[in-house]
Design a binder for this molecule. Structure first.
Ligand SMILES: Cc1cc2nc3c(=O)[nH]c(=O)nc-3n(C[C@H](O)[C@H](O)[C@H](O)COP(=O)(O)OP(=O)(O)OC[C@H]3O[C@@H](n4cnc5c(N)ncnc54)[C@H](O)[C@@H]3O)c2cc1C
Length: 424
């Protein structure tokens, strides 16, 4: 365990040193260039991918003009939102006022031929290079009777919009011996361990209130990341009050009767519950499909530059892309966005692209001071058109309390560092 953490810390240090070295080199080189016509770089989205690009590119005002667009006034992060549900953190500690000048508008459409961004209020903006990190969209009609727009359904709270308070109110109304159903979506989706962390945080919250409860996690998959550790943590800390039902055991929910609060699964099982929490199947942001930049579930990009396949001067990063073996996480979006930014500056300076390596660590909490993680390293395949895994390490299933506690401190530290570096 100590060795994994040492290796991980060394890798993070090496990558940070490399990014800093490239940044200093590029700044020195850019000072030698007298730019008559600085290209206009427009960034859409101030979540983890977009804010990372803004942070890096802000160092290059000599060679480019940066314009930033974000539809929300404040950023509410999905990372650590499960801890708000668990009452371990409060809502304000995951909500940020970005210390960045940005245009607070909703983008409706992008015309890639005219190189124009269209806003909801019919205003427009031209660009030379466009970076999009708009997060995710949701598939419709996957579960009969469930609708994303119906406010009587429990909000999914999977996109950083302001529905967490509504979710917590419903959780707070639960009485003793409540039944809760969570539906976990099929791959790929944003943050693979998060549905199971959410189940843990609901259990933590209800246990702390002294209530008895049963949580059923119905899964559209037959396995999930860090499964053995989650199952062990649930057994040890929630005395089997959380039950996981795999796809082969009939875990896929096919319909919801909202009025009577009953779900039906693929094998015909019907179950009534007091709270039914559907996490919908996911896809790239609607902005990309509406703008004809994505005709699959996920946007196809060149992983060296993040330029959209078949397009020029439009780059997409973060959860909306097909990132090969990389999972959709804030850590991944940050790692990809650094490479995108470095190689965009290289493009403007007419320098060679760097051949990227990427890193991801996903921490999960099972209670306030118990966390575990998986770390993986990535590079491009030999034809340079796909991100592939170089290997991964995960926490030990038998870790003792001190080790779980230590990992929880790393997780809090990671969150504080990334949010401070991007938003303050
Ligand atoms: C419950 C949960 C827990 C998670 N925990 C972790 C974790 O512990 N660690 C981790 O690494 N990852 C975690 N994640 C995943 C993480 O939230 C995402 O992977 C990350 O946010 C992806 O970054 P992004 O830039 O692609 O999208 P986002 O961070 O969602 O940013 C997208 C931004 O674009 C803006 N936007 C979208 N459309 C428009 C438009 N039309 N006009 C203007 N602005 C627009 C949005 O308002 C938003 O600010 C978690 C996710 C969930 C759901």
């Amino acid at each position: 365990m100590k060795k994994i953490q040492k290796n991980r810390r060394k890798f993070i240090k090496d990558i940070s040193k490399l990014t800093l070295f490239v940044l200093l080199n590029q700044i020195l080189f850019s000072k030698k260039i007298f730019a008559h016509n600085r290209p206009k770089v427009v960034v859409i989205g101030l979540g983890f991918g977009g804010a990372t690009c803004v942070k890096y590119l802000s160092n290059f005002s000599r060679i480019l003009d940066l314009v930033v667009i974000e539809k929300n006034e404040k950023i509410q992060t999905c990372p650590f939102s499960n801890l708000v549900i668990g009452d371990i953190m409060n809502y304000s500690s995951i909500t940020f006022d970005p210390n960045i000048k940005f245009n607070n508008s909703n983008v409706r459409y992008i015309d890639s031929e005219k190189k124009k961004v269209f806003f909801n209020d019919h205003d427009t903006l031209d660009y030379d290079f466009l970076i999009l990190s708009p997060g995710i969209g949701f598939k419709k009609d996957q579960i009969s009777g469930y609708s994303l727009d119906n406010d009587s359904h429990v909000p999914h709270c999977w996109d950083g919009e302001k529905k967490l308070i509504n979710f917590k109110k419903r959780l707070n109304r639960l009485e003793n011996n409540s039944k809760i159903i969570i539906s976990a979506p099929d791959y790929p989706y944003r943050c693979p361990p998060a549905p199971y962390e959410r189940a843990s945080m609901i259990a933590y919250y209800l246990k702390k209130k002294g209530l008895k409860y049963k949580i059923y996690v119905f899964d559209a998959k037959n396995s999930f990341t860090k499964k053995e550790i989650f199952l062990q943590e649930w057994k040890d800390h929630y005395t089997d009050s959380i039950k996981w039902i795999s796809r082969d055991q009939g875990g896929q929910i096919v319909s919801l009767d909202q009025k009577n609060k009953i779900i039906e699964t693929s094998n015909g099982t019907k179950l009534q519950a007091d709270l039914i929490h559907i996490i919908p199947e996911q896809k790239a942001s609607n902005l990309l499909s509406d703008s004809n930049l994505c005709d699959h579930d996920w946007c196809q990009v060149n992983p060296m530059t993040f330029e959209v396949n078949g397009q020029k001067d439009i780059f997409v990063v973060g959860d909306s892309i097909d990132a090969g073996d990389m999972p959709k996480s804030a850590f991944s979006a940050n790692s990809q966005a650094n490479i995108l930014s470095i190689n965009l500056v290289n493009l403007i300076l007419q320098k060679d692209f760097i051949d990227p390596v990427f890193l991801n660590t996903c921490y999960s909490f099972s209670s306030k001071n118990r966390a575990f993680s998986i770390t993986a390293w990535y590079k491009l395949n030999s034809s340079k058109d796909r991100i592939v895994s170089l290997g991964s390490k995960q926490s030990d299933i038998l870790s003792n309390h001190e080790e779980r506690f230590e990992e929880s401190q790393h997780a809090y530290g990671w969150y504080e560092t990334i949010t401070k570096s991007l938003y303050s």
